[in-house]
Write a protein that binds this ligand. Structure first.
Ligand code: GLC
Length: 425
């Protein structure tokens, strides 16, 4: 007969085995996802897959399309220490700003992050903590209408002057031929983060630096930057509709994809959509590096962007949320972002993947653009990045609306940035 002790031990073992066999208690998680292009759709489909696999439920909460509105919402939720959202899809410029609200994902990633672009992982690491895992990377691109350039024997513009001249010429000729609603160039000029991205490209491509240099020096008040803003202001109502002053990414894509613009500045996601079945410009859309200035330091410049997934430290389900984050950032999942949504993967090896290449033949062109992309000064400005960026986009907006000249707006911006810097970043 078994002793009472061994019976107890056997019962204990049986209970442990039962616990191990029973599924963990099903939880309901909430994730904040973006709504640009197929972002929301992919977020829903991938989180549903993870839900089926693990027995949990995921509520996908759709975020506003403007990056800056979304940041304000995140700051409200996180500032209140609220547990309502467990996972946040965050912009590449936010790890410094929001990172202290997120858990360290390193213990959960088990080294898988080594497959990602090292610069992306460096950006997502704050004080030694991996506060987010990348889903896709972004860089600004020039979109053009291949059919219109062919019709007017115009090459893809290499400089901003070429772009302006070609846009004017084609716009005038097409309008005269009856296409009254055609514009030369659409981009993002609403007063928000997207305008900062455009300004960084205009300035860097003319040799005007990156607003704040890597050592923290404020460099934005320079003649190349002033020219950049004045040139952009000259586009409004000539090659760009006045409405561009209220455009984010999706409004620009709406005009371009409906066939009403020769050129567009946008991120890679717009390509798959513009060439998708049902798009009026299907098969007529090309992408190229954005134009450059004409001076000695001129270069093609693309602003670096991208999105990551982070887990809130206020979540009541941190461990399970971390499991979902690792799943969403896995090679298989980011491949789906690329194949089904045209989002450019954060894993360099995926640019050689046959399925990714088949779905996105242009991705090969993008790899060097990512390598040379210009980061915004978010690493140096840290928690003050939002103040820096809003000062920048507001100064640029004043020039675009004709309220100031470039040089005057930049002198004011320089003073403002020094106030924000307060003697050191
Ligand atoms: C894209 C970029 C992001 C940028 C935003 C601006 O989503 O990936 O980095 O801040 O556009 O609108």
């Amino acid at each position: 007969m078994a002793s009472p002790m061994s019976l107890l031990a056997a019962l204990g073992l049986a209970a442990t085995a039962l616990l191990a066999a029973a599924p963990a208690r099903a939880e309901t998680l909430s994730i904040a996802c973006g709504s640009i292009g197929k972002e929301l759709q992919l977020c829903q489909s991938l989180t549903a897959d993870w839900g089926h696999r693990t027995g949990n439920t995921v509520n996908v909460v759709a975020m506003p399309p403007s990056d800056s509105d979304r940041l304000a919402l995140y700051q409200q939720i996180l500032g209140a220490g609220s547990a309502t959202i467990d996972l946040f899809e965050i912009d590449t410029i936010w790890p410094g700003l929001l990172g202290s609200n997120f858990i360290d994902l390193k213990p959960y990633a088990h080294g898988a992050e080594a497959d990602d672009f090292p610069s992306t992982i460096a950006n997502d690491t704050q004080g030694g903590r991996l506060v987010a895992l990348p889903l896709f990377v972004d860089a600004g691109l020039l979109y053009y209408r291949r059919d219109l350039l062919e019709k007017y024997h115009a090459p893809v513009p290499q400089s901003w002057d070429d772009l302006t001249a070609t846009a004017k010429r084609i716009e005038a000729a097409e309008r005269a031929a009856g296409h009254a609603g055609l514009w030369g160039y659409v981009f993002q000029a609403k007063a928000y983060e997207g305008l900062t991205c455009n300004v960084v490209e205009w300035v860097a491509s003319r040799g005007g630096g990156a607003v704040i240099d890597p050592h923290g020096a404020i460099t934005v008040d320079n003649p190349a930057a002033a020219t950049a803003l004045d040139d952009a202001a000259s586009w409004i109502r000539t090659i760009a509709p006045e409405g561009v002053l209220n455009y984010t990414e999706e409004e620009s894509r709406g005009v371009f994809q409906s066939g009403n613009a020769v050129f567009m500045r946008n991120w890679p996601y717009a390509l798959a959509l513009a060439n998708s079945p049902g798009s009026p410009v299907r098969g007529q859309v090309g992408v190229a590096p954005l134009p450059q200035g004409t001076g000695a330091d001129a270069r093609h410049a693309a602003t670096l962007g991208g999105w990551q997934i982070a887990v809130s430290k206020y979540s009541h389900h941190q461990q399970i949320a971390a499991d979902l984050a690792v799943f969403l950032a896995s090679r298989a999942a980011v491949k789906r972002w690329a194949v089904e949504g045209g989002y450019t993967p954060p894993i360099p090896a995926l640019y050689d993947d046959p399925d990714v290449k088949r779905a996105n033949p242009n991705f090969a062109l993008l790899l060097p653009i990512f390598r040379d992309a210009v980061p915004r000064p978010s690493a140096i400005a840290g928690t003050r990045y939002d103040a820096v960026s809003s000062a920048l986009w507001n100064a640029a907006y004043r020039v675009l609306t004709g309220d100031a000249h470039g040089a005057e707006a930049l002198a004011g911006l320089d003073r403002q940035l020094h106030r924000i810097e307060r003697g050191g970043w």
